[in-house]
Design a protein around this ligand. Structure first.
Ligand code: ADP
Ligand code: MG
Length: 343
């Protein structure tokens, strides 16, 4: 078992009558890439700021590497925060920006330069050390912020939506690079994002935040395939829930069930195979996605399911013609997952 990097116990934060964080318990292991995922206002940033020491908790404790740091100042904690807006000093060169924290700590000039250059090489910015922030692109500035974080060799790196300001292509590229960098340096990353795809692709584990609490903690596959609440099922991936009468009729049992769209096979000829999970209905919408097509199917007797099919041979015209037609849906019964109701 790895050591524990972070332990949060009964963590709460109120601003007047707003409960920004309403009781969070969490353990993050050394070297994990851990994401806090949730909609805007769910308390992610506030938790991160309490770990960093920028906000005192209303209740609860923060431990770093087994030590209670709840009452310690930010500089007394072995963590570094990368903010969304990078917060680089505009009048300093890139090298000076990266070396700044070392200067404050009294590291010699020669060593500062060596370490700043090494950190810039780690984020693939070698040779740009003499420029100023305004002379770099957004993606490069983000890398400078990372180099500045790495140069102090913190035990934990806290990242608050660090890719939020980048366009989609660059963001996807940075996701891959950031993950590789984390593997290489072995530092614990706590990564805040509202983007479920980003969290699923990058993380070892994810905590899904909802209204100041953690709705579920688990690996990406656990979160996606076994959502613990209807909120998680809807927020992570496409919501595809059957409940009430529809669940009783289609699944054959009461409760709320999640079936991921890509697990559902859509057939236009004949009846779905006996024995499998199945339903019959009418195609209400056909959404062409390029690589795949999404079908919204209104089930006979109520309820709606979304199915996704890869576009192997069909043209978009063929697919559009399916609107209004009768189809069969089938899935492996294991993929109709019971979702516990929120407590
Ligand atoms: P997230 O990062 O998930 O978007 P935040 O942690 O920033 O969420 O905010 C959680 C809740 O706390 C929100 O309702 C927000 O308005 C409130 N909040 C955050 N910081 C403050 C503050 N300094 N003063 C008052 N309310 C705040
Ligand atoms: Mg935030």
């Amino acid at each position: 078992m790895q050591g524990l990097a972070i332990r949060l116990t009964g963590l709460r934060k109120s601003y007047g009558r707003t409960e920004a964080v309403a009781g969070v318990d969490l353990e993050i292991a050394d070297g994990e890439f851990f994401s806090m995922l949730g909609p805007s206002g769910s308390g992610k940033t506030t938790v991160l700021r309490m770990i960093a020491g920028f906000e005192p908790p209303t209740a609860g404790t923060v431990e770093l590497a087994g030590r209670d740091v709840t009452r310690l100042a930010p500089f007394e904690r072995d963590v570094h925060t990368v903010f969304q807006d990078y917060a680089l000093f505009p009048h300093m060169t890139i090298e000076q920006n990266v070396a700044y924290s070392l200067k404050v700590r009294g590291v010699t000039r020669a060593e500062r330069l060596v370490r700043a250059r090494a950190a810039l090489a780690q984020v693939r910015l070698d040779g740009l050390g003499r420029r100023r922030p305004a002379e770099l692109s957004g993606g490069q500035r983000q890398r400078v912020a990372l180099a500045r974080a790495l140069v102090g060799r913190p035990r934990v790196l806290l990242l608050d939506e660090p890719l939020g300001a980048l366009d989609l292509k660059l963001r996807e590229q940075m996701q891959v690079e950031l993950k590789a960098l984390q593997r290489e340096v072995g530092i614990t990353f706590v990564f805040v994002t509202h983007d479920q795809e980003e969290a699923l692709t990058m993380s070892d584990r994810i905590a899904v935040f909802h209204q100041g609490r953690i709705a579920q903690t688990g690996t990406p596959a656990e979160i996606y395939e076994r959502p613990a609440t209807p909120f998680v099922a809807g927020f992570v991936g496409t919501s595809n829930l059957l409940s009430g009468d529809a669940a009783r009729r289609v699944v054959g049992a009461p409760g709320t069930y999640s079936i991921r769209p890509e697990k559902i096979r859509i057939t236009t000829e004949g009846k779905p195979t006996a024995g499998a999970g199945r339903a019959v209905g009418t195609v209400a919408e056909v959404v062409y996605l390029g690589d795949a097509t999404r079908f919204l199917v209104d089930l006979d007797g109520g309820g709606r399911l979304t199915a996704v099919r890869q576009n192997l041979t069909d043209s978009s015209a063929d697919l559009a013609a399916l609107r209004g037609t009768r189809v069969g849906l089938q899935w492996d019964p294991r993929h109709a997952v019971l979702v516990p109701d929120a407590p």
